[in-house]
Design a protein. Structure first.
Lengths: 337, 329
């Protein structure tokens, strides 16, 4: 085990996988940074510090600094993957998915199916996402609802440095396209990460972050930490919560959710995205359909409101879920008679 | 560039096979037996064949919605393709793709595409892969080709792909087939650079070529020069624009009310690549009319057989809908 930041777990895992497999290729805007400038290559090393040092170690053929051309990045990732490489593409902000949706949704996600299963598309699309930096409406969004709804994609939302490592390694080694949603606010989070260079976390297996008997809280990404804080506060008052960290939203660990709800009878879903047609509504529908008889109270959803992400600190604070909002939802479901 | 009898016969057969494939589909689609949207390549055969006759399986191509010609020219199985268009479980894509999504990765055919302009970035990705793989024992790079038309040349994806290829020196070739119609709109209206696509590629910093796309020899010789340039490590991408013609509508069923009086008859009489090929090779006494008639009969027989096989081929079952995607809910 080594203590490291979430961003370093990502960079280190890419580095190890590039060393292990010559087919692994990195591409994206400013993943090298400084190309064509007085400062020269690696003057920046990626704006998230998730690709620092890769160019010096692996060179320009495998660490491809691209112009600001998201469609070309996404499409090239698809072409590299069809041609037998294992690209790890970075879309600098997940919000920019709007610029390159066709290449993700109509191309990468569909190759294997459209081609009758006769091709694979082992592309990893890393998308730094989420709010918390007052970056306003076009640099702060949670896009899990879009990508989770697209058949053909796998969608990963690591909540800890160890998960960032194990899930990213699985993503790179996986033969299907994977959208890897890194929460920008978690980059500086520190935690223990296994040293094993083959440490992988299989997709579709949720993590029980807290165990309790009274209420089930389902969360993903940065929301897991909020749920844990809420659960710890509630424990002081004798309320026990299961906190289920989904880890991957597609495939979804339905069993973990249903088993927990069958035991507790009460469910709170925490989702950073707006409330309509979201992971929260999807999971609520799942539980209503398959664990209806277990429910002792209406399902509570703690989500962003149905608005764009606002700029001002006070507004963004009001927009995002919070540990206090999660705790309030837990109390509400417990008060239901 | 002088081709021997065998190479000439092969090129003619490929063009004829595409022609018969498409002419037959044009007939069959009218009976209602074939489902979906189909876009025929008739008239443009010299481009696909003049390009692909130069390529090996290491080289990759990415095609368009009008992709049957590219697929056949790159070596996709004619019966497998026909079965796919028939929607058979035995089709190249098990009936999952249809006319617009035919692919054969092993042959270097990375997919037709239903989205105009979507292919160019994918082709650049494949070219970047070729660059990583490096030159072969003869010091030559494998290339990756984006077939695009005068419609796709107006898509931002194509611009992004051209710039990315230039800045990364990717061994990509942008083949623009200007058939003068993007769907139902003329290039005189839609291509702002005075109907000239190659100048756009030139503006992105590429060396460009232009040639008559209805003359196989013009395509073949020109593309040979393009290929010689792009296979050389360090040169990066290039582009070529072929002036060609589309003998059918945008899609099958298109009433083509945008065509001029007698336009299609005139094109078939003066711009038919197969007719031109025959005139040239018989005039130069490289092949005889008998030689070519034999190829014609052989191509027709191959299509007859492919259609018969497609009619008899196994249909997909409802449970097949859930296959080939990693998880089904």
């Amino acid at each position: 085990m080594a203590k490291m930041m979430y961003r370093d777990a990502i960079r280190g895992t890419i580095f190890q996988e590039m060393q292990r497999d010559p087919r692994v290729v990195v591409l994206g805007e400013d993943v090298v940074g400084g190309m064509g400038t007085a400062g020269g290559p690696e003057a920046i090393g990626g704006i998230w510090s998730t690709s620092t040092g890769l160019y010096d170690a692996f060179g320009p053929d495998r660490v491809i600094d691209t112009p600001i051309s998201e469609s070309a990045i996404m499409g090239a990732a698809g072409g590299l993957a069809l041609a037998g490489k294992r690209p790890v593409a970075e879309i600098m902000f997940a919000d920019f998915i709007g610029v390159c949706m066709d290449q993700l949704w109509n191309q990468i996600a569909k190759f294997r199916y459209m081609f009758g299963g006769k091709s694979v598309c082992p592309a990893v699309i890393r998308m730094p996402c989420g709010a918390g930096y007052n970056a306003a409406a076009q640099h702060s969004q949670m896009i899990s609802q879009f990508v989770t709804s697209m058949p053909g994609l796998k969608v990963v939302m690591p909540a800890t440095p160890a998960d960032a490592c194990g899930l990213l390694r699985q993503a790179i080694r996986d033969d299907d396209p994977v959208v890897f949603l890194e929460h920008k606010f978690l980059y500086a989070m520190t935690g223990e990460v296994p040293d094993d260079p083959d440490f992988v976390i299989p997709f579709g297996h949720a993590r029980l972050a807290r165990a309790g008997e009274d209420v089930t809280i389902v969360a993903s990404g940065m929301m897991v930490g909020y749920a844990e804080t809420a659960a710890d506060d509630l424990a002081q008052d004798g309320v026990g919560c299961d906190v289920i960290d989904l880890r991957t939203t597609s495939p979804l660990d339905e069993e973990a959710i249903l088993d927990s709800v069958e035991a507790t009878g009460r469910l709170v879903i925490v989702d950073e995205a707006p409330p309509r047609c979201s992971l929260a509504t999807d999971i609520a529908a799942l539980v209503a359909g398959k664990a209806f008889a277990s429910l002792k109270a209406p399902i509570e959803m703690v989500t962003a409101p149905h608005t764009p992400v606002p700029f001002a600190r006070e507004l963004e604070g009001a927009y995002l879920p919070s540990p206090a909002k999660v705790a309030a939802a837990v109390r509400k479901t417990l008060e239901y008679r | 560039m002088q081709l021997n009898r065998e190479a000439l016969t092969r090129a003619y057969r490929q063009m004829k096979l595409i022609r018969e494939f498409e002419e037959r589909l044009h007939e069959e689609i009218q009976t209602g037996e074939i489902a979906g949207f189909t876009h025929l390549y008739c008239g443009q055969e010299a481009v696909a064949v003049g390009v692909c006759e130069h390529l090996s399986e290491r080289d990759k191509i990415v095609s368009t919605h009008r992709g049957h010609g590219h697929c056949l020219a790159k070596g996709c199985d004619v019966t497998g393709m026909m079965k796919e268009i028939w929607g058979s479980q035995e089709g190249l894509c098990n009936g999952k793709g249809g006319s617009m999504h035919i692919a054969d990765i092993d042959k270097g055919m990375l997919g037709a595409n239903g989205i105009v302009g979507a292919g160019a970035p994918i082709a650049v990705g494949a070219a970047l892969s070729n660059k990583i793989d490096g030159p072969d024992e003869n010091g030559r790079l494998a290339v990756s080709i984006a077939f695009s038309g005068d419609g796709a040349c107006n898509q931002g994806t194509t611009f992004e792909a051209m710039n990315l290829a230039v800045v990364t020196k990717a061994p990509a070739i942008f083949v623009f087939e200007n058939n003068h119609y993007s769907e139902h709109t003329g290039d005189a209206y839609a291509v702002g650079t005075a109907q000239d696509i190659a100048s756009r590629a030139e503006a992105f910093g590429m060396k460009v070529w232009r040639a008559d796309g209805t003359d196989f020899f013009s395509v073949y010789d020109t593309f040979g020069e393009v290929l010689e340039f792009v296979r050389t490590p360090g040169n990066g991408p290039a582009a070529v624009e072929f002036d060609t013609e589309r003998f059918f509508g945008h899609f099958e069923g298109d009433p083509q009310r945008y065509r001029g009086e007698g336009e299609l008859d005139r094109l078939r009489a003066t711009r038919d690549c197969l007719r031109k090929f025959r005139e040239k090779v018989t005039g130069a006494k490289l092949l005889t009319d008998d030689d070519l008639d034999t190829v014609d009969a052989d191509a027709l027989q191959a299509i007859e057989q492919a259609v018969a096989d497609s009619r008899a081929a196994a249909r997909p079952q409802p449970e097949n809908v859930l296959e080939n995607v990693y998880i089904s809910y």
